[in-house]
Design a protein around this ligand. Structure first.
Ligand code: ZN
Ligand code: ZN
Length: 299
């Protein structure tokens, strides 16, 4: 998994920070989490084609997370995109997209599937053979979802055995990787004898929300936890009705979740220098990094 931060600002963009968007490269897929204003341009600067985006996960319909969406969809339509696109979001997403298309006269030639994730019936946004994406309903001023992208566990084949038996390139190897027993050269091979389990990686993205206990459960054992850290903890009382986390709140979630790494983003424009925020967070959770636009994290 390759994660790139396209925008790391909160309500207002700054000279250094664009509005929120995260690009996940996973195999042949390019997946966006949120699409704040300026995302198209940030993609261009990062050397990524907006036409390659396969899925977009929207956390919520506040402008700093979605104002780049109409422009991106219009560019896709104008460039005669034919590849299908899937958009996921909270309740109301279908209607919002319909209005965008109406207001801006966007007529896509490609198939667009919009999925509203109903957390009352399902906590799973999507389940493919390679990964599943789970959601958690957040405590914000409007419906807002956190996403957890979990790669499926895989079986890796023992390379020594492959070399010894000279079985390279056989289609049977793919079956073994899926945990199925096979027959090679008349010999029955049990998957469990020649493979070992390799746990899939977990990426969790949490913004925007007030703190609450279930967040650590949702982020449990994440290899990478990306969390909003809009404010310093010095403003904890002042911002308690804003529905946001302080950097210390985020670090506490990472610690309770036993995450491997925390990256903070979505910073208020008031913090020109974020080194104080870093100190606050690392006092609770050591392996914390503060995101910058275009920063890449490999998971
Ligand atoms: Zn926001
Ligand atoms: Zn918001």
């Amino acid at each position: 998994m390759k994660v790139q931060f396209l925008g790391t600002a909160s309500s207002f963009p700054t000279r250094e920070r664009s509005h929120t968007s995260i690009l996940l490269r996973y195999g042949p897929e390019a997946i966006l989490f949120d699409c704040g204003e300026g995302t198209q341009r940030q993609l261009r600067i990062a050397g990524e084609s907006p036409m390659k985006i396969t899925k977009i996960f929207i956390t919520h319909w506040h402008g700093d997370h979605v104002l780049g969406l109409p422009g991106l969809l219009e560019s896709m339509a104008m460039n005669n995109r034919t590849d299908p696109l899937e958009i996921f979001g909270p309740g109301g997403t279908k209607e919002s997209i319909k209005y965008l298309f109406q207001a801006l006269h966007i007529r896509p030639n490609f198939k667009l599937s919009v999925h509203e994730v109903d957390t009352r019936t399902s906590k799973l946004a999507i389940n493919t053979k390679d990964y599943a994406v789970q959601v958690q309903f957040l405590k914000h001023r409007i419906p807002c979802l956190a996403y957890s992208f979990k790669e499926k566990d895989r079986y890796r084949i023992d390379k020594m055995w492959v070399r010894k038996e000279k079985v390279q390139g056989l289609p049977a190897l793919a079956k073994l990787q899926q945990g199925q027993d096979v027959t090679i050269n008349g010999k029955k091979i049990k998957a469990k004898d020649v493979t070992y389990a390799s746990p899939g990686k977990k990426l969790t993205i949490i913004f925007d929300t007030a703190p609450f206990a279930d967040l650590a459960k949702f982020a449990k054992d994440s290899d990478l936890l990306i969390c909003e850290g809009t404010f310093s903890n010095k403003l904890r009382d002042k911002v308690k009705d804003y529905g946001h986390l302080t950097v210390k709140d985020a670090a506490k979630i990472a610690k309770s979740a036993k995450a491997s790494k925390l990256v903070l983003t979505h910073f208020s424009q008031r913090y020109k220098d974020v080194s104080e925020l870093k100190k606050e967070a690392t006092s609770v959770f050591k392996n914390t990094t503060l995101a910058k636009d275009f920063m890449i994290v490999n998971v």
